[in-house]
Each structure stands twice: as structure tokens, then as C-alpha cells.
Design a protein around this ligand. Structure first.
Ligand SMILES: C[S@@+](CC[C@H](N)C(=O)[O-])C[C@H]1O[C@@H](n2cnc3c(N)ncnc32)[C@H](O)[C@@H]1O
Length: 221
């Protein structure tokens, strides 16, 4: 199990904390439905427009190198949204089979054309795949949306389908300032804490894959 940032090349987001703070209680309810508003509504409710722009390309290359992915390998992206990372993984490693698992019907219906038919609807807690059936399983900013016990189950499921070949990224904070920003910004997270909390959760789930943190940063207004 290693702490490694496979999203190092993900562009830094510009975040306007004041606007989101004002809108929060209602926005949280809306966001947690993971429908159109969350992906393609306003920034207060979620992404403010989740569109393919190629940003996952360099990350797909890093993931492919890290897991030594080859044509014919199967990769699972849990909480894959519209399948953009899946699409880029298949472009980076031609012949790779990328599969996705999503709770959002909206995301599946509006997925990238190259991900069509490759995303199953379901929840991370119960993956509809056989044990040891993937060369890698990824879950980026997803499992923290579950309550603690469900989150442990989701991590255990990742380990089951790709033992020792997982990559989990979750929201975390390292100090009180980061925690304050986190609480003001995050709309959907249910399980959160410091890296120590996550390491303990991973151990409890018997997880032996890799992981990293999403630390919320605010850009100056
Ligand atoms: C913050 S987004 C991350 C999307 C994508 N992984 C990325 O990094 O751009 C969280 C995603 O997880 C999905 N999701 C939330 N709860 C889930 C669950 N229990 N099982 C599967 N997917 C879930 C949401 O619909 C959404 O697409």
C-alpha cells in the first residue's frame, strides 16, 4: 500500500468559496442526488458543467505507467461520472478494456460516446464483478460520499475485484485551516478526516492498493 499522487497533473480548480457558502444547505441536498444539477448545473451545486476537455489524458498516461497496463487488460473506474478517464485510458493503451460503475443515471446517459455501453449503474458498496477480475480498480473522489461503514465496504470491494491494484483518492485535510475550507466547500462528502483516519479505514477494509488525498484549496478572489 503506497501513498502516491496519480492526479499530480490534474489542473488546479478555481474555487469561489463565498458564492458556494451562501448557497450551501439547499445545494448539498441537490448535489447529493448526483443528477443534472450536480454535473451541469451551477458551480454552487457541483461541477458547474462537467465536459470533456482532455484534462484526464496526462493522468491516464500516469495511471497506465503506474499499473503497467497493457492491451487486453481490464480496468474499472468506480464513480466514473461521464467516463472521461475511461475514454482517455483506452486512448492511451489501445486494446485496453475500461469499465465504469456509476450511481448516476444522468452521468451514464450523458457519458462520453466512447464510454457508451461500458458503464454499469450501481453502488461502490457492491460491485457487480468477479473477484480478481481487473488489472486495476480506480476510485477518484467517490468513496467519501458514503457513510463510514459503507465506505469500508466500498474499499473492501475494490480490494476484492483488484487485489493490491487499487487507487483510491479521497477528500482529506491536514490541519484546522484545511478542515474549515473543506467544510465550507464540500457538498457531498459523508466520511472525512485526516490522512490518519483514512489509513486506519483502509487497514480495516484490508485494502492493500495505493491512495492519495484531495485537499481543497481556495484561489484568491
Ligand atoms: C466527485 S465525482 C468524481 C467523478 C470522477 N471520478 C472524477 O474524479 O471526475 C463523484 C462521482 O461518484 C459518483 N457516486 C457517488 N456515490 C456513488 C456510489 N455510492 N457508487 C458509485 N458512484 C457514486 C457520483 O455520481 C459522481 O459521478
Amino acid at each position: 500500500m503506497a501513498e502516491i499522487n496519480l492526479l499530480a497533473k490534474y489542473p488546479r480548480a478555481k474555487r469561489n468559496l463565498t458564492a458556494r457558502k451562501q448557497a450551501q444547505a439547499e445545494s448539498r441536498m441537490v448535489a447529493r442526488q448526483f443528477g443534472r444539477e450536480y454535473f451541469d448545473g451551477t458551480r454552487e451545486q457541483g461541477y458547474g458543467g462537467y465536459r470533456y476537455d482532455g484534462r484526464w489524458g496526462p493522468i491516464a498516461r500516469d495511471i497506465a505507467a503506474h499499473f503497467k497496463l497493457e492491451p487486453g487488460d481490464r480496468v474499472l473506474d468506480i464513480g466514473c461520472a461521464k467516463g472521461f478517464l475511461m475514454r482517455d485510458l483506452m486512448a492511451v493503451v489501445p486494446g485496453l478494456e475500461a469499465w465504469g460503475l456509476e450511481i448516476s443515471q444522468y452521468a451514464i446517459e450523458n457519458c462520453h460516446p466512447e464510454a457508451k455501453g461500458r458503464i454499469l449503474r450501481g453502488t461502490a458498496q457492491k460491485l457487480p464483478f468477479a473477484a480478481n477480475s481487473f488489472a486495476a480498480a480506480l476510485s477518484i473522489n467517490v468513496v467519501h460520499n458514503l457513510g463510514y461503514d459503507a465506505c469500508v465496504e466500498a474499499v473492501r470491494e475494490m480490494e476484492r475485484v483488484a487485489p493490491g491494484r487499487g487507487y483510491i483518492q479521497v477528500a482529506a485535510y491536514r490541519n484546522a485551516d484545511e478542515r474549515d475550507i473543506f467544510l465550507d466547500w464540500v457538498l457531498t462528502a459523508d466520511t472525512f478526516g485526516k490522512p490518519e483516519m483514512w489509513r486506519e479505514l483502509f487497514q480495516r477494509a484490508g485494502y492493500t492498493g495505493d491512495y492519495y488525498w484531495t485537499i481543497i484549496e481556495i484561489s484568491p478572489a
